[in-house]
Design a protein around this ligand. Structure first.
Ligand SMILES: CC(C)(COP(=O)(O)OP(=O)(O)OC[C@H]1O[C@@H](n2cnc3c(N)ncnc32)[C@H](O)[C@@H]1OP(=O)(O)O)[C@@H](O)C(=O)NCCC(=O)NCCS
Length: 189
């Protein structure tokens, strides 16, 4: 993993504007991806990302087996929800292509955030899921989230390992059908 740009979300420009959250990540094969906030015009590329995913990836992320349904619902996943949801996309530049995303949703009072990540199949196992998770953690920290949670299916070994490697505790729901992951970001005192 290599981070080549480490601007902080809240670093002010001389003009007083905050920097957008932009990071560059180098995949294990040397290809570079830019991680940046999703824009409404990313809708076609976001749909193309879904089309590059296996049914299992779509199931693990959306608990939905129907690609046509997900493609039809795509606008609602790409609509900006200012102040409550942050979506980061990982994009290859040449040719432009969205290959993964990290999504952070805040509860109204902002103390608890839920996040999830996904990487389209051809780009899995390159470290990008881990990097997107770290971006969500960084974003949540900058937004002063105190408790970060995620829901994961029990068969999702890779995501479970990833969450554990990032210090999340896991417990099952009453029926054992979903695992709840939780980590406190309580370094604000
Ligand atoms: C889960 C997911 C995001 C991981 O992304 P990825 O880019 O493939 O994963 P990475 O290459 O960053 O590897 C992350 C970690 O997974 C673990 N891992 C990788 N392969 C694994 C395997 N076969 N079994 C168990 N753990 C594995 C390792 O801990 C790895 O970290 P390491 O490389 O430091 O050892 C991706 O597989 C995905 O999109 N899956 C479908 C959607 C999904 O499950 N989203 C999460 C919903 S909560």
């Amino acid at each position: 993993m290599e981070v080549q740009e480490t601007r902080q979300l809240t670093d002010p420009e001389p003009s007083g504007e905050a920097h957008p959250f932009v990071r560059v990540f180098t995949l294990r094969d040397g290809t570079q991806a830019v991680v940046r906030p999703m824009q409404p015009e990313d809708l076609p590329a976001w749909r193309a990302m879904l089309e590059a995913c296996s049914p299992q990836t779509l199931w693990l992320r959306f608990e939905c087996h129907s690609l046509p349904r997900l493609l039809a619902d795509a606008p609602q996943w790409c609509l900006p929800k200012l102040g409550t949801q942050w979506v980061l996309v990982a994009e290859l530049l040449a040719p432009p292509r969205i290959i993964g995303e990290g999504r952070l949703c805040l509860e109204p009072h902002g103390e608890c955030g839920e996040f999830c990540v996904m990487v389209a199949d051809p780009w899995q196992r390159h470290g990008l899921g881990r990097f997107l998770t770290d971006c969500c953690l960084e974003l949540a920290t900058a937004l002063r989230v105190r408790r970060l949670v995620a829901e994961v299916l029990p068969e999702n070994a890779r995501m479970i390992a990833l969450l554990q490697s990032r210090g999340f505790g896991l417990h099952k729901d009453a029926h054992g059908q979903v695992l709840f992951a939780e980590r406190r970001l309580d370094h604000f005192g």
